[in-house]
Design a protein around this ligand. Structure first.
Ligand SMILES: Nc1ncnc2c1ncn2[C@@H]1O[C@H](COP(=O)(O)OP(=O)(O)OP(=O)(O)O)[C@@H](O)[C@H]1O
Ligand SMILES: [Mg+2]
Length: 407
């Protein structure tokens, strides 16, 4: 239910507005003075504030300034009596959403609120569409200017058409998932699903049922049959990310699946055929893991039919400027304003060591653009102290254990 706070020093008006808006289906609260209204508006969550311009003590404009200044997010609509239009217009300049002249007809107020809600909904829809556009092919463009990346793309082009397994290796943030998606999109399976699973993000005990699914009653809590990720990726591509984290027992099962193209749901008697192209990615040295006994040699050989190694960004500096430009352009679309890198900024970016590779370049540009609201970013904008990262996000592994991408 939409929550509205009515702020007016006239008790009669508070009461009639309260009844009127409650009748129209709003959840209404009211305050008779700007100071108390401010505390309440900030303490509780309102969607809309309907505020009189002229009040003793804190007037409407002061309320609005303080409310917006302290981060209030509700839409504020001003009410002004005859002669107060100027103040109402000044309020609009300061971020009020709309204003209604007083005295008003009941339907006028309700209509204004409804229009505000509708506009808000539209803004939200547009933001969602933008986000979807961001994942459109143009935004997913794969930048490859350096000889090393061009070579990697050549391999992508050559293997895409065959159902071979590909092992993609490289430090964190070098673009392993981007390469996996490129293989999928260039393959005859492009219209099928692309499913990525981060083996490191799922507890060992759940991995098998995540990958292969389970049948009802297979274990406590298995209330119904559920297909696993292999079945979800049927006809498409499955990326096993951080494949080096697979426990040995599951490695054996995975090998069998690859040999037989059949999976067995946990607790099931029968096997099911699946048609999945498997890609694997890891930041670990799997050969060394195999020597150390933590990864099966036979599975390693099976995954390593074709290998694509992504070099650290510092070893392919020719990619830095085009990547930076690509991220800036994408960000501009998202922020709805120009984001441009100065020559000096590009040169500075090109000299950094980028231990977090492409991902940290992407984050650096985002941070600089958001922190300085200038259109042209200079080296100084990148040298600012980064915001302290929330501790719970420190893991560096993708938040989602798996994602499903539209084909
Ligand atoms: N060549 C590229 N062109 C465009 N964007 C890229 C490129 N390489 C990486 N990116 C972007 O950088 C970020 C990191 O890429 P990606 O997730 O593919 O890396 P990763 O190697 O899988 O990292 P991790 O090991 O942390 O999982 C993503 O946002 C991706 O879109
Ligand atoms: Mg990854």
């Amino acid at each position: 239910m939409t929550r509205v706070l009515v702020v007016d020093d006239e008790p009669g008006l508070r009461q009639s507005l309260g009844l009127l808006l409650a009748d129209a289906g709003y959840d209404v609260a009211a305050e008779g003075n700007g100071t108390r209204a401010l505390e309440r508006a900030l303490a509780e969550s309102f969607d809309l504030v309907l505020c009189d311009v002229r009040m003793p003590e804190t007037d409407g404009l002061a309320f609005l300034r303080a409310y917006k200044g302290r981060g209030g997010t509700a839409l504020v609509i001003m009410m002004s009596a005859y002669g107060g239009e100027e103040a109402a217009l000044a309020a609009m300049k300061e971020g009020a959403y709309d204003y209604v002249p007083k005295p008003f007809r009941p339907d006028e107020v309700v209509l204004t609120l409804r229009k505000a809600e509708e506009r808000e909904r539209l803004t939200h829809t547009i933001a969602t569409l933008r986000a979807q556009l961001d994942s459109s092919p143009a935004a997913r463009a794969l930048i490859a200017e350096s000889p090393a990346m061009r070579q990697a793309l050549e391999v992508v082009a050559r293997v895409a058409g065959h159902p071979t397994t590909v092992l993609i290796t490289g430090e964190r943030g070098t673009g392993k998932e981007v390469i996996a998606q490129a293989i999928h999109r260039a393959s005859p399976r492009a219209t099928g699903p692309f499913v990525a699973v981060n083996c490191a993000a799922i507890p060992d005990t759940l991995l098998e049922s995540e990958l292969f699914g389970y049948v009802k009653g297979a274990f406590t809590g298995a209330a119904a049959d559920r297909p696993g990720l292999f079945e979800q990726a049927d006809g498409g591509t499955l990326l096993l990310d951080e494949v080096g984290e697979l426990p040995l027992a599951l490695q054996a099962k995975l090998l069998r699946v690859l040999q037989e193209n059949e999976i067995r749901r946990v607790g099931d008697q029968k096997t099911r055929r699946v048609d999945v192209r498997l890609l694997a990615a890891t930041a670990k040295d799997l050969a060394a893991e195999a020597v150390a006994g933590r990864f099966r040699h036979d599975l390693f050989d099976r995954l390593n039919v074709v290998a694509i190694h992504l070099r650290p960004l510092s070893e392919r500096r020719a990619d830095i400027a085009p990547l930076a430009g690509h991220f800036a352009a994408r960000l501009a679309g998202r922020l709805g304003r120009r984001v441009v890198l100065s020559e000096a900024a590009l040169a500075w970016l090109g000299e950094q060591s980028w231990p977090g590779n492409v991902r940290s370049l992407e984050h650096a540009i985002e941070r600089a653009a958001v922190l300085s609201d200038k259109e042209i970013l200079e080296p100084a904008d990148f040298r600012k102290e980064p915001l302290p990262a929330p501790r719970s996000l420190g893991g560096g592994r993708g938040a989602g254990s798996r994602e499903r991408h539209a084909p």
